[in-house]
Design a protein around this ligand. Structure first.
Ligand SMILES: [Zn+2]
Ligand SMILES: [Zn+2]
Length: 422
């Protein structure tokens, strides 16, 4: 690995710089976080960090004392409150449906008809929207070994069968539901998966399947619906433009002040509701993440889980190799470059990422707890050796199947980067 020495301008000590990796001084932590945000934090940022740090510390401390066997991510005060808040929003929508029908009964009153049409338009605009089923789902014939593994791990975790399996170009993995029938979709990002060892892979897939066991995506859908719905209400109710416009008569302007004030207050109530709701669902989702971590790590083993949690922060290396593949093509795919980079990653860079993880602060609007908490949590509760042991042979077959996607994913990653810089 190419390296050279440099003298730190902050502490005067000599440190090593590795080509392609962030330059930092391990003696005084100069430039530890190269993407460091400016010192000047705005009001919102200060609040979300302050409350976030406090609650995520408290949540972590509480969970560390929990009897994990009895722990199930459900029916906490926060979760119940968000459900009540969600139902309120759904109720408002339903009342619009009822109103549009009732107003029609007053036919031929023209105002009633107009009111009914307005309600109907709102009903359509605020309707729940279901995401479509994935077009590029992997069939069992295409990847029998991967499907067999997912199904047997899911069975071991006690989850209902998965409907779709998607392999995409993200440095991530996720579990979601689509359509009115809420079909289950497991998505695995090939760049991330390609870096994992056998049991780390079990941990990652186990974590995502655990969300299904716990039915977290169902809650996620309701949250998403409420969030977009209330946001639309806020937008509707904000009295933008009423007081502006030079062609508006000033008597009309004065007369509309009470209306303006009223709309302003109502819209701010919607906005306040939105923030509180947003923070609560993220607090709730941090709990869900811990539980999914626990189940995933029980399958893969806590030692491998720790490694896979750290690897989640390697997404920035993908960005680097994407850039390199476009700027200086050498015939290798982005995934090959990424693997090479990870294999030769200097100790110093791993230390930097681990140090960064320990400093990660929590925000109330963050869906995941800080990595160090997650690691400590799985270390305490999950067994060192996983309960689900994938055989080397089976893992090898899965890797071969996944590798068939490499060319397609490579093109996608290159296009993605070109689009990004264009
Ligand atoms: Zn220094
Ligand atoms: Zn998760």
């Amino acid at each position: 690995m190419n390296s050279r020495e440099k003298i730190c301008l902050q502490c005067g000590t000599t440190y090593k710089v590795y080509h392609g990796f962030t330059e930092w001084c391990e003696f005084c932590d100069w430039n530890l976080n190269s993407n460091d945000e400016p010192e000047q934090l705005d009001m919102y940022e200060k609040i979300v960090r302050k409350i976030g740090d406090k609650y995520s510390k408290k949540l972590f401390a509480t969970l560390m004392e929990t009897d994990i066997e009895k722990y199930k991510h459900r029916n906490t005060l926060v979760a119940t409150t968000t459900v009540v808040m969600s139902l309120l929003v759904v109720l408002v929508w339903l009342s619009l449906v009822v109103s549009s029908v009732l107003l029609l009964l007053l036919f031929p009153n023209i105002f009633a008809i107009l009111g009914s049409v307005m309600c109907l338009l709102l009903v359509i605009y605020l309707r729940p929207r279901f995401s479509k089923k994935p077009k590029d789902g992997i069939t069992k014939q295409e990847m029998p070994a991967l499907w067999e593994f997912v199904e047997s791990l899911n069975e071991k975790l006690g989850g209902k069968p998965i409907d779709y399996l998607v392999v995409n170009a993200d440095f991530n993995a996720s579990m979601g539901y689509v359509g009115i029938q809420r079909k289950k979709v497991l998505t695995l990002g090939y760049p991330l998966v390609s870096l994992l060892s056998k049991q780390e892979f079990v941990d990652l897939v186990g974590h995502e399947l655990a969300h299904n066991v716990n039915q977290d995506p169902a809650r996620g859908f309701l949250h998403y619906y409420v969030f977009t719905n209330v946001w639309a209400w806020y937008y509707f109710l904000s009295p933008k433009g009423i007081m502006q416009g030079s062609d508006v008569n000033y008597i009309f302007k004065i007369a509309s002040i009470p209306f303006y004030v009223l709309m302003w207050c109502v819209s701010k109530i919607a906005l306040g509701f939105l923030f509180v709701y947003y923070w609560m669902i993220h607090y709730d989702s941090q709990k869900a993440e811990y539980y999914a971590d626990y189940l995933g790590a029980s399958m893969g083993g806590s030692e491998d889980s720790e490694k896979s949690l750290y690897k989640l922060s390697y997404g920035l290396f993908l960005q680097y190799v994407q850039q390199q593949a476009v700027v200086a093509p050498n015939g290798k795919t982005i995934i090959q470059r990424l693997k090479e980079m990870i294999e030769t990653i200097p100790e110093k860079e791993i230390l930097r990422l681990q140090k960064l993880a320990t400093r990660e602060s929590s925000r109330v609007d963050s869906s995941h707890p800080p990595t160090t908490y997650r690691i400590e949590f799985v270390k305490k509760f999950a067994p060192k050796v996983g309960l689900f042991q994938l055989t080397q042979e089976h893992f090898h077959k899965i890797c071969e199947e996944l590798a068939q996607q490499e060319e397609k994913i490579n093109i996608k990653l290159i296009d993605e980067y070109k689009w990004y810089i264009s």
